[in-house]
Design a protein around this ligand. Structure first.
Ligand code: ADP
Ligand code: TRP
Length: 322
């Protein structure tokens, strides 16, 4: 079974990304033939500068490896290392009705917010379909927000198969990460880099501790009992602490006598410890960029072995070769 998913290199990873996307990917690399790629073409739809994109790509490659994605198990590569994905995206565009793209929320949301959307953002679902179909992926694990794009992928693959012959493209299944934690940010909303409420996966100790101290709570005094329902401090603690420790924190909230500063410090301490190994690995990789680039190059080689077979098949099916 081929499992494939992509992550956009669009900024520093936060712990929401880790628990929502990275941790499930880590588990899946043991359950099938995993293809994980850095969606750098997609990141260009909202690019700030070439320098920023370059930095983000390298950062995410390091993050993949520091978090434990294993190049012995998974094929790790950059989307743009296989530029032929654009050729397949073009093929798919020829069977893609305008209305299908107009209904996609990535584009609709941006337009609704009054932002100017470019053609790449409009056509993005066709490229995402190509990302998936180019490697004969069977299973695509994504967050809820990407479900629609995988449905578009299935639609387009079915259209190609109906018009040009069954078996031209493999129809993928979506796997929604329903049980992946929806991690709250320090203001209690969903953590997102666009809300300025993120806790980074890797950051210097002092400023990161300061962020934890800013987690929003009510204004209960030290001796007061404190609410546990909807508590961001407890929600974050649950990501790192075992059940017994969580129960202790809940009881201490209910009993009163312990201040929020103390609870926040406890969350911070576990967070810091949780990522200590990844942090050390990250530092090591930052000093060994040749290795990081070598992993990507090898991954691209393996990805190309697959993509060339599929493209050959589709070119023939669609009348571009004999
Ligand atoms: P952001 O909202 O910060 O821009 P992205 O949209 O780039 O994050 O998300 C990348 C991946 O991380 C997605 O697969 C998404 O499901 C996951 N993710 C992002 N934020 C969270 C969160 N707060 N909780 C759980 N998963 C998240
Ligand atoms: N669009 C996805 C996101 O923003 C990233 C992505 C691009 C992807 N191509 C993909 C995910 C193919 C799964 C499969 O999160």
């Amino acid at each position: 079974m081929r499992i494939l998913t992509g992550l956009q290199p669009s900024g520093k990873l936060h712990i929401g990304n880790y628990f929502g996307a990275m941790q499930p990917a880590l588990k899946l690399q043991d359950q099938g033939d995993a293809f994980y790629f850095l969606a750098d073409y997609h990141a260009m739809t909202s690019m700030e500068s070439a320098a920023q994109l370059r930095e983000n790509i390298q950062d995410l490659a390091i993050d993949f490896l520091a978090c434990g994605l294993d190049p012995q198990k998974a094929t790790i590569f950059r989307q743009s290392a296989i530029p032929e994905v654009n050729e397949l995206a073009w093929f798919l565009s020829t069977v893609c009705p305008m209305g299908l793209l107009q209904r996609c929320h990535s584009y609709k949301d941006k337009v609704a917010k009054g932002l100017s959307a470019n053609h790449a953002l409009f056509a993005y679902p066709a490229l995402m379909a190509a990302d998936i179909l180019l490697y004969d992926a069977n299973l695509v694990p994504v967050g809820k927000d990407q479900k629609q794009h995988v449905e578009v992928t299935r639609d387009l693959a079915n259209s190609v198969n109906e018009r040009f012959g069954e078996g031209s493209l493999v129809i993928p299944e979506v796997q929604i990460r329903e049980n992946a934690a929806a991690v709250p940010g320090i203001d209690g909303q969903k953590m997102s880099k666009s809300y300025n409420n993120s806790i980074p996966l890797y950051g210097a100790q002092k400023p990161t501790r300061k962020l934890f101290m800013k987690i929003v709570t009510d204004s209960a005094e030290l001796e007061d009992p404190k609410p546990t329902e909807g508590s961001t401090v407890i929600a974050l603690y649950k990501l790192f602490a075992d059940e017994a420790a969580v129960q202790t924190m809940i009881q201490e909230h209910e009993a009163g006598g312990v201040g929020y500063g103390h609870f926040k410090q406890q969350v911070f301490d576990l967070y810091w410890e949780h990522f200590s190994e990844a942090r050390a690995k990250r530092e090591e990789l930052e000093n060994n960029l040749d290795y990081v680039h070598e992993v990507l190059a090898k991954g691209a080689q393996k990805a190309r072995e697959e993509s060339s077979k599929v493209l050959d098949r589709v070119r023939r099916a669609m009348g571009l070769s004999w």
